[in-house]
Each structure stands twice: as C-alpha cells, then as structure tokens.
Design a protein around this ligand. Structure first.
Ligand code: HEC
Ligand code: HEC
Length: 286
C-alpha cells in the first residue's frame, strides 16, 4: 500500500520510527455474549460508491492494540455494557409528563432491532434527515412532554448504546439514493473538504493515511459502525456526533456543532462508507 504524505500532513503524521506504518490486525471479532458467541464482520469489500478510493473497508477495531481488542470480545469485559444497562433503566422509567415510558409505547428495546443499520435516514413524512438522536428527542418532547435531551448528554448516549446494541451483528446498510441523495452529497463534500489551519480533510487522515501513526494513534478508516463507543481515555461513551467534533477540532478548525445539519449529513455519508460492516455498538476504543 502506498502512503502519500503531503504538505502539512507530513508534519502531522510522525514517521519517527520504522513502525510508522503497521498492518492492522487480522483477528476475527468473535464476541462472548450472554446468548453465546457472535461473529462480526470487520473487513469487507468496499461499497460500490467507494470503489475508486478503497478496495476494502475495515472496522476501527482492527487498528487497536490487542488488549483493547480483547475487551470487546467479551461482554463481561466490555466497560460499555454498563451503559447499555443504564439505557435500559431509562427505557423502562415512567418519566413522561403523564408517566409515559419508552417501554409503554415500544415494548422491549428489541423492538428497535435493525434501526441502527439504516440510520441516518430521511424520514418519509417530513423529508428531514434524521439521526438516531432526532428520533429519540422527537419522542421525548412530543410524546412524553419533556425538555429535549442534549445531543451529547449521558442520557442520550446511553439510549444510543441501548438502541445500537439491539442491532449488533446486523449489517450497516444506509440508503444513499432517492431522498437521501442530496444529504449524502453534502456529507461527501464535507468529507473531502480541507478544514482548519492544518488544511486537513477527513480523507487526508482516514482514507489516504489509515495504517499510519499520528502521534501515538494508529489511524483507522474512521468508521462509525462501532458507535457509540466506550473510550478508555474518557472512561465513558462517545457518540458519532461527538467524535466528529473532536476530529474537526484536531485540524484546528472552527467546528460544527453536534446535531447540526452539517454533521447529520456527514454522519450519513460516513455511515455509508461502512455499508457492509457489522454494527458493533458498544465498541471499545483507547
Ligand atoms: C406515547 C408513545 C411513545 C413514547 C412514550 C415513546 N415513543 Fe418512540 N415512537 C412512538 C411512535 C408512535 C413512533 C413512530 C412510529 C414509528 O414510526 O414506528 C416512535 C418512533 C420512535 C423511534 C423511531 C423508530 C423507527 O423505527 O423509525 C425511536 C428510535 C423511538 N421512538 C425511541 C423512543 C424512546 C427512546 C422513547 C423513550 C425516551 C420513546 N420512543 C418514547 C411512540 C412513543
Ligand atoms: C489529523 C488527522 C485526522 C483528521 C483530519 C480526522 N480524523 Fe478522525 N480520527 C483521527 C485519529 C487519530 C483517530 C483515532 C484513531 C482512529 O480510530 O483512527 C480518529 C478517529 C475517528 C473516528 C473513530 C473511529 C473508531 O473506530 O472509533 C471517527 C468516526 C472519525 N475519526 C471520523 C472523522 C471524520 C468524519 C473526520 C472529518 C471531519 C475526521 N475523522 C478527521 C484523526 C483524524
């Protein structure tokens, strides 16, 4: 694989040692769950729309160290599972203005199985691009009479974890055509736009330089199939919208806000770069 380091990128990606580029792992992500072993797809042919840029797409899991990888291989060791349980407590709580609960209308969280594989998506009725947070807040405000939850609040992220978890092992397959096409295009443009003082695009790091080290980090393809993720560094959950903010900030650019139209479009586009990978939520990252 040829790695092109140009301009600022060379200054940022530190090729300080012979290990500046390293092969990602090739292990299989087989997870011990309460219900037995579950094997996830972490390396698959790139979706058609990416074939000029990439042959293969990889889960970020493959780029992590062995100890981090193994935490995700057993639900008992996965620190993110606690937050799935917290999400379930919220799901069952009669917290609405009139005592409504998520469970009261939706039954068990398993009623959400599959949803994570197709979001973000354009809502049939409104024509709006919806990320999972929008669906949740729609119910929180309109159906429960509550104040909306913060996009990156803990309550929200725990609910994202619970809902993502219902689709674990299912294949990401967001729609990019029809009503989704203009949003997808917008997201694609953002992905290739060089932001900030460092003039780096998402693609500079996650398409042209995955496999390289940037400081101590082994660069992945920046996939979101594992979201929300448990980050060891933060000892807590990180959602896609939050991660985007961190990555844009690292280019020393003014960032868009989590939940903004821009980041929603970007989420659709980035999700589509992972079409074919398994949903991993909750994944574990350093
Ligand atoms: C008063 C009933 C009610 C309550 C309470 C409620 N919902 Fe909903 N929810 C609905 C209805 C009705 C829909 C739209 C129907 C549909 O499209 O499946 C919906 C849609 C959704 C969707 C999108 C589902 C899909 O397949 O498109 C999500 C996600 C969701 N709700 C999450 C929640 C969460 C989380 C809570 C609790 C914080 C909650 N809902 C509380 C009635 C409710
Ligand atoms: C300066 C390089 C750089 C740029 C530019 C950059 N990122 Fe990242 N990103 C990183 C690093 C480093 C990590 C942590 C290691 C990894 O997973 O690649 C990361 C992680 C991620 C992750 C988490 C992946 C996982 O498996 O958990 C996502 C998603 C992501 N980036 C998306 C983006 C998007 C979208 C953009 C453009 C808005 C972007 N990044 C721009 C460096 C960058």
């Amino acid at each position: 694989m040829t790695k092109r380091l140009t301009g600022m990128m060379a200054a940022v990606v530190l090729a300080t040692s012979a290990t500046a580029w390293a092969e990602q792992a090739t292990d299989t992500l087989e997870i011990e769950t309460e219900n037995g072993a579950l094997t996830l797809l972490t390396e698959v042919p790139a979706p058609a729309h990416l074939q000029d840029a990439l042959d293969t797409i990889y889960s970020g899991w493959l780029f992590r160290e062995a100890d981090t990888r193994s935490m995700q291989k057993d639900d008992f060791d996965n620190p993110g599972m606690v937050f799935v349980d917290k999400g379930a407590d919220t799901w069952n709580a009669a917290m609405g203005a009139n005592g409504e609960s998520c469970a009261g209308c939706h039954n068990g969280p398993e009623s959400m199985a599959g949803l994570r594989t197709v979001t973000p998506r354009v809502d049939d009725k409104t024509g709006k691009l919806m990320i999972m947070e929008d669906y949740i807040n729609g119910c929180v405000t309109e159906r429960m009479g509550l104040k909306k939850w913060g996009t990156t609040s803990n309550t929200m992220k725990e609910m994202l974890a619970l809902i993502a978890h219902q689709s674990r092992g299912e294949i990401v397959n967001v729609a990019i055509d029809g009503a989704a096409a203009p949003f997808w295009k917008q997201g694609q443009e953002m992905y290739y736009t060089r932001y900030g003082q460092l003039e780096l695009s998402c693609a500079s790091c996650h398409e042209e330089n995955y496999g390289n080290y940037i400081r101590a980090d082994h660069l992945s393809q920046g996939q979101i199939n594992g979201m929300p993720t448990y980050r060891l560094k933060d000892a807590g959950l990180v959602s896609t919208q939050q991660r985007f903010k961190g990555c844009v900030r690292d280019t020393r650019a003014e960032t868009f806000n989590p939940g903004s139209d821009e980041f929603k479009a970007l989420e659709l586009y980035v999700a589509s770069r992972g079409n074919g990978l398994s949903v991993e939520g909750v994944s574990v990252r350093p």
